[in-house]
Design a protein around this ligand. Structure first.
Ligand SMILES: [Zn+2]
Ligand SMILES: [Zn+2]
Length: 129
């Protein structure tokens, strides 16, 4: 593993945020100021292919990177903030239901996060005045 690969892996394993490739690049640059964006992107792809990190693709096709430990996501439909949730593993019930081998699944639950609900209510009350 190259030093860049290792550092990118560390950045993602130590982050509870769901970082975009650009955010990973900004953090990588703090340690290796000379690194170019393409190197960062290539290593993100490599780590994803190797199964060391997980890529989440959002509805607008933007990608976030995450730890591979099993968990699911609440995605805010307004600000696209991602929150981790820990539901029981549904692999075996999916297998039973479908009658086929299930390798993995990617569950994204859409919601309005508390921040956006707050804003929504505020906008509504402003609109009424
Ligand atoms: Zn939100
Ligand atoms: Zn996550």
């Amino acid at each position: 593993m190259t030093k860049y690969e290792l550092e990118i892996l560390n950045i993602i394993l130590n982050s509870c945020e769901h970082l975009s490739a650009d955010e990973v690049y900004e953090l990588l640059k703090k340690k290796y100021p000379g690194v170019v964006k393409a190197t960062c992107y290539n290593n993100l792809n490599k780590l994803t292919d190797e199964g060391l990190i997980r890529r989440i693709v959002l509805d607008n096709n933007s990608c976030r990177y995450d730890r591979t430990m099993r968990h699911d996501h609440l995605v805010c439909i307004k600000c696209e903030k991602i929150k981790d949730v820990y539901l029981k593993d549904m692999t075996s019930s999916l297998k039973k239901e479908l009658g086929v081998e299930v390798e993995s699944y990617d569950l994204k639950i859409n919601w309005l996060c508390p921040d956006c609900i707050g804003q929504y209510n505020l906008n509504n009350s402003l609109g009424r005045k």
